[in-house]
Design a binder for this molecule. Structure first.
Ligand code: ATP
Ligand code: MG
Length: 523
């Protein structure tokens, strides 16, 4: 991060400074050096800074500094999601570790008795989602009488329709003689006006007036009629680290997760209908790097800080520009680079332009990777894996086999044949995908073999009709397929075949097979 002086210049106690050093922070980020002095004075403030620039510590450091040695709840942080409450609690606990501050996340989905037991032990800082907090307040298991610092993280989201009533209810139970701080990467004007209601002469601190998104994120879009096919191509040709794919609905997230898993990708889903233990399990796998792809609704759009995310993919275009900013902000954090990809259908072009305009950024159009791109990348991957294996030197068990074969063949041929085998195993994952635009025959036609004879309990022509309709195949071809109901092949244009295969992969019907090969050149 930029030259901003040092934490040592910020009038912090030794315990807090040591904790910051332990966290590996060398110098304050811009939002931190601007807000910490103001917050330490106890003033109300509204802080806006780009995603991933350290807003949590910007309020966390002065908050921890101002806590006194008592077992009452003195500070309250409100967050829109459970995962964010947990993450913020962890970061605050790190800042307060030498001061031995007791920090507790309070959120729905976790057994309330467990939270009540933890509260009884004495807690100084609570990080919570509004619903569960209100629950505790009604049960009188949380008393907010001594709270004198309130932070609303993701403030624009929290003061928006969905949360506003709950937040107001909570604030009414906290002394007005308090410090209130709001933070977010986006602060729409309406929210700013509304926030005045809860604050006393707030100081406004902004570090990102010009550009709301982080310049370290490359922003591109693809226009695709078949987004699933497009997504798989991009995943095969591009992704290197972990990625988050955002979908619009819970069902959409479930469907996409299943489709990706069926194609051999290491993907799992996150949305509000899962049980808390499922949500925790998926998040843990993702944070530990044991999961490559997290498919999520906007529940994962705000605040989450996961180190190795290199790509954010909007499988469905976000509903509004703010959502775009927060979603893509899951990558390109703390000075690292990232890539943000948005898929649009032709009719969504205007929505994309609106996002560009409000966010004041350019989102560049890209062509989907071709089969050649994917093959090239696969070759690179194989080369790297082979070189790595040789460097690690853990392959000596295979020496005898190679020595055996070397009695008959040249070592170069042996290695190449072994790679071919390796590559074919490798291909299992992707070969099911309809990716043969370039394998078309002489006139762009391919031969589509359909074997519907072995499908169980479903009438072959029903299958064919469903597939054909979903794939948008022209009526005359549906007729043709129906005529040969047991086993047939058709010569169809490449794009028709692609659609048939995509639909086939969406509806896995046992015993129903479709194969494709290039049509022979016509005489
Ligand atoms: N001064 C610093 N030096 C180095 N790393 C830092 C510093 N401050 C924060 N970080 C790290 O930067 C990352 C992003 O911080 P944080 O989650 O607070 O961002 P944010 O501004 O709240 O983003 P968002 O808008 O997405 O919520 C975290 O991993 C955090 O530990
Ligand atoms: Mg944050």
């Amino acid at each position: 991060m930029k030259e901003q002086g040092f934490f040592g210049e910020l009038q912090l106690s030794k315990k807090i400074l040591s904790a910051i050093t332990d966290m590996g922070f060398e110098e304050p980020s811009p939002i931190q050096s601007k807000t910490i002095p103001v917050a330490l004075e106890g003033k109300d403030l509204i802080g806006q800074a780009q995603t991933g620039t350290g807003k949590t510590a910007a309020f966390g450091i002065p908050m921890m500094e101002r806590l006194v040695d008592s077992r009452h709840i003195q500070a309250l942080v409100l967050t829109p999601t459970r995962e964010l409450a947990i993450q913020v609690a962890e970061e605050l606990a790190k800042i307060g570790k030498f001061k031995k501050v007791k920090v507790l996340p309070i959120y729905g989905g976790q057994p309330i008795e467990r939270q009540i037991r933890a509260l009884k032990l004495g807690v100084q800082v609570i990080i919570g989602t509004p619903g569960r907090l209100l629950d505790h307040m009604r049960r009188k298991t949380i008393r907010l009488d001594f709270v004198n610092q309130v932070i609303i993280d993701e403030a624009d989201e929290m003061l928006d329709m969905g949360f506003i009533e709950d937040v107001e209810n909570i604030l009414e139970n906290i002394s007005t003689d308090r410090q209130t701080m709001l933070f977010s990467a986006t602060m729409p004007k309406e929210i700013l006006a509304l926030s005045e209601k809860y604050m006393k002469d707030p100081v406004s601190i902004t570090t990102s007036k010009e550009q709301i998104t982080v310049p370290l994120i490359d922003q591109v879009y693809y226009e695709s009629r078949d987004k699933l096919d497009g997504l798989c191509r991009v995943l095969d040709a591009e992704t290197t680290g972990q990625c988050i794919i955002f979908g619009r609905t819970k069902k959409g997230v479930n469907d996409l997760t299943a489709s990706l898993q069926a194609r051999g990708y290491m993907a799992d889903g996150l949305h509000g209908d899962l049980s808390q233990s499922q949500r925790d399990r998926v998040m843990k796998k993702f944070r530990d790097g044991d999961l490559e792809i997290l498919v999520a609704t906007d529940v994962a759009a705000r605040g989450l800080d996961i180190e190795h995310i290199t790509h954010v993919i909007n499988y469905d275009i976000p509903q509004d520009p703010e959502s775009y900013v927060h979603r893509i902000g899951r990558t390109g954090r703390a000075g690292k680079r990232g890539v943000a990809i948005t898929f649009i259908e032709p009719r969504e072009f205007r929505q994309l332009k609106l996002i560009e305009k409000i966010v004041k950024t350019r989102i560049l159009r890209k062509q989907l990777p071709t089969l050649t791109d994917i093959m090239e990348r696969r070759r690179d991957l194989i080369k790297n894996q082979v070189m790595q294996t040789i460097e690690q030197g853990s392959y000596t068990d295979y020496h005898t086999i190679v020595a055996d074969i070397a009695n008959y063949h040249d070592p170069l041929d042996i290695a190449a044949a072994a790679l071919k085998l390796f590559q074919e195993g490798f291909r299992e994952k992707t070969e099911e995908k309809p990716m043969f635009s370039q394998t078309g025959g002489a006139d762009g036609m391919v031969r589509l073999f359909m074997n519907v004879g072995r499908a169980q309990n479903i009438r072959p022509d029903d299958i064919v009709r469903t597939v054909a309709e979903e794939a948008g195949i022209p009526g005359n071809i549906i007729g043709l397929i129906n005529i040969y109901d047991k086993f047939t092949f058709l010569e169809v244009p490449v794009d028709v075949a692609e659609r048939v295969l995509t639909v086939m992969h969406r509806n896995t019907i046992k015993g129903f097979k479709v194969n494709v090969e290039p049509a022979k050149a016509r005489q």
